[in-house]
Design a protein around this ligand. Structure first.
Ligand code: NAP
Length: 293
């Protein structure tokens, strides 16, 4: 099996890398905070001191960091992948970042003899742990076919979308639906509470009908429990909607409901709660209704 590099060991990266190790792959890992590498080295991975060192040892390098500038730094920065990558190596970016920046990164890498796929994921920390992620892929179809077995270790619903950046476009669509549905679930559960009707029973009833969704199931439960341990950090969701709205602006496209969701995430992050799960948007609705102080 080809040696694999893995960079970015947060809520998503750690379980995804662990699943590759469990499947028998050799992994070279880099976490910016060295302690984040401990669960991986305990499971048999080799710790590296930089993305350059990861790339020196790997044919395929997976990146799961936060935002567009982070991906740029990890690939092209001073101790970035490009300083260690072999000709013919493949970089798979599984972070959620800007589609246009992705196209530019792929072009720059291609000029150096390195191929790139954008392969953002959906399914949250639960999907990463259980290897049930949805993976949406952009890039050259033959490169996709080459690395598809790795995606099958980390996910269940693997869809090739199109050329470079197309995976990120699909993921942006995902984030639009998630954000607007989250707001709808927050408002519905608050409406139930204000009507002195048990929101847990309302959620249970809605789950079986047309209003049923993963968001109602997973995030609805988090809202009922007020358990906002991330999950998916509000500041990362804010970053995604920012990318969506910036692209929409460039296209001259109005996305009013997405813009409203973005305002609520702005308020949450502005309150210093950006590291809470994004389902904490329910507290904004509750506050308007005077349910919490
Ligand atoms: P996270 O827990 O905050 O982890 C991000 C990781 O990236 C951290 O280990 C961080 O290192 C590392 N990192 C960030 N910038 C870096 C840089 N410039 N150089 C090196 N390492 C860097 O976030 P996450 O939830 O795993 O999300 C990762 C990506 O997946 C994001 O793009 C997110 O939007 C996407 N995603 C998340 C979910 C979810 O449910 N959580 C679902 C789908 C997609 P430090 O530890 O040093 O900060």
């Amino acid at each position: 099996m080809a040696p694999i590099g893995f960079i970015g060991l947060g809520i998503m990266g750690t379980p995804m890398a662990l699943n590759l190790l469990k499947a028998g792959h050799t992994l070279w890992v880099y976490g910016r905070r060295p302690e984040t590498m401990t669960p991986l080295t305990a499971a048999g991975a080799t710790a590296c001191t930089s993305p350059t060192e990861v790339a020196r040892h790997s044919d395929i390098i997976i990146v799961t960091v936060s935002d567009t500038p982070d991906v740029e730094q990890v690939i092209f920065g001073e101790s970035g992948i490009i300083h260690g990558a072999r000709v013919g190596a493949i970089v798979i970016d599984m972070s959620t970042i800007s589609p246009t920046a992705t196209q530019a990164f792929a072009t720059r890498l291609h000029a150096m003899g390195v191929e790139m796929l954008d392969a953002p994921v959906s399914g949250g920390d639960v999907g990463a742990i259980n290897a049930t992620l949805s993976i949406m892929v952009g890039g050259q179809p033959e490169v996709f076919e080459q690395v598809k077995p790795l995606f099958e270790i980390m996910g269940k619903n693997i869809v090739y979308i199109g050329g470079h950046g197309a995976g990120q476009v699909a993921k942006a669509c995902n984030q639009i639906v998630v954000a607007i549905t989250m707001q709808a679930v927050a408002e519905a559960l608050t409406f139930a509470r204000k009507n002195e009707t048990d929101p847990a029973r309302v959620r249970a009833a809605l789950m079986g009908g047309f209003a049923g969704s993963k968001i109602l199931e997973v995030h609805g439960q988090r809202m009922l429990d007020h358990d906002f341990k991330p999950g998916f950090k509000a500041r990362l969701h804010q970053k995604d909607l920012n990318n969506v709205l910036q692209t929409a602006r460039e296209l001259g496209l109005a996305l009013p409901a997405t813009a409203l969701s973005m305002q609520n995430l702005n308020a949450l992050v502005g309150r210093g709660e950006g590291d809470l799960d994004s389902s904490a948007v329910v507290t904004l609705v509750e506050r308007i209704e005077g349910i919490v102080s």
